[in-house]
Design a protein around this ligand. Structure first.
Ligand SMILES: Nc1ncnc2c1ncn2[C@@H]1O[C@H](COP(=O)(O)OP(=O)(O)O)[C@@H](O)[C@H]1O
Ligand SMILES: [Mg+2]
Length: 259
């Protein structure tokens, strides 16, 4: 299968810059100086084992958590300096895809995907809603399933509905929190393909946090390994193969031993 990696295509500099962020909960130091740049149009995968602070880091990107020290800059705006309304504006530029698809069980696929539009644009004409929803359903191979309920769908299809709901707002940046965790290998592959399809069709910047190195190798234009509160390695998937840090080696070997 081809994997058209678009490396830092826009070349406009980073859309997200994380500078030396620190975060503790009580005595527990979770982030101890994280630096990371996300170029516009790239797909950055942040790899780390369970409990390493991936979700905590992601919450800083959308201003749900504030760093004890350091800065998060999104599209030139320092989140630490923004008031509530400006922060909400920045947040609206993000689409979130969660580990569990977090769909409304009582709504159909169509109802789930149209939900954010109805929430944010209360006066949007039904015709326009239909157009935008159908566009995203088509993109993600969901046409023909719009009247089904989440309970009638496979795990992979539910993920697709979750992504359709995230992209219906046409965000510039998509955040995926552990998109393949708990899925079987075939469904994981489907979800990785979905990440690539979304990137190519929507021209979005993607940040994926994961402990699945296989998926990371497939989708990343840049990999960053989070360990002991810092990014200890960063680069193209191929360059990490020779990285000296034992923790990076452990991740990489796990992958090559299976392929
Ligand atoms: N709101 C919170 N209060 C206290 N501890 C937290 C909070 N959020 C996360 N943690 C702790 O921070 C560490 C990293 O958590 P998390 O980012 O969720 O890990 P993961 O890499 O698995 O996503 C964990 O030890 C977790 O218990
Ligand atoms: Mg997590």
């Amino acid at each position: 299968m081809t994997n058209p990696r678009k490396a830092d295509s826009a070349g406009e500099g980073p859309i997200i810059s994380i500078r030396d962020i620190h975060k503790s909960f009580g005595e527990h130091r979770v982030l101890k100086g994280v630096d990371l740049e996300v170029e516009e149009g790239s797909t950055v995968v942040i790899l780390g084992s369970s409990g390493s602070g991936k979700s905590v880091l992601m919450k800083h990107l959308i201003g749900l958590l504030k760093p004890d020290r350091g800065e998060v800059i999104v599209e030139g705006r320092d989140l630490g300096t923004l008031d509530k309304i400006s922060l909400q504006e920045v947040r609206r530029g993000f689409g979130m895809v969660f580990q569990t698809a977090a769909l409304f069980d009582s709504l159909t696929v169509y109802g789930n995907v149209s939900f954010p539009l109805r929430e944010h644009f209360r006066r949007m004409p039904e015709e326009e809603i239909r157009e935008r929803v159908n566009d995203k359903l088509a993109l993600l191979g969901l046409l023909g399933h719009e009247n089904k309920y989440p309970g009638e769908l496979s795990g992979g299809m539910r993920k697709r509905v979750g992504l359709a709901r995230a992209v219906v707002m046409e965000p510039k940046i998509l955040l995926y929190d552990e998109p393949t965790t708990g899925l079987d290998p075939i469904t994981s592959q489907d979800v990785n393909d979905m990440i690539l399809e979304a990137r190519d069709a929507l021209n979005v910047t993607s940040v994926v946090i994961s402990h699945d190195i296989g998926g990371a190798f497939k989708v990343a234009t840049k990999l960053a390994v989070l360990y002991d509160g810092r990014i200890i390695a960063e680069g193209l998937p191929s360059t990490l193969r020779d990285h000296a840090h034992p923790h990076v080696q452990q991740f990489v070997e796990e992958w090559f031993s299976r392929h």
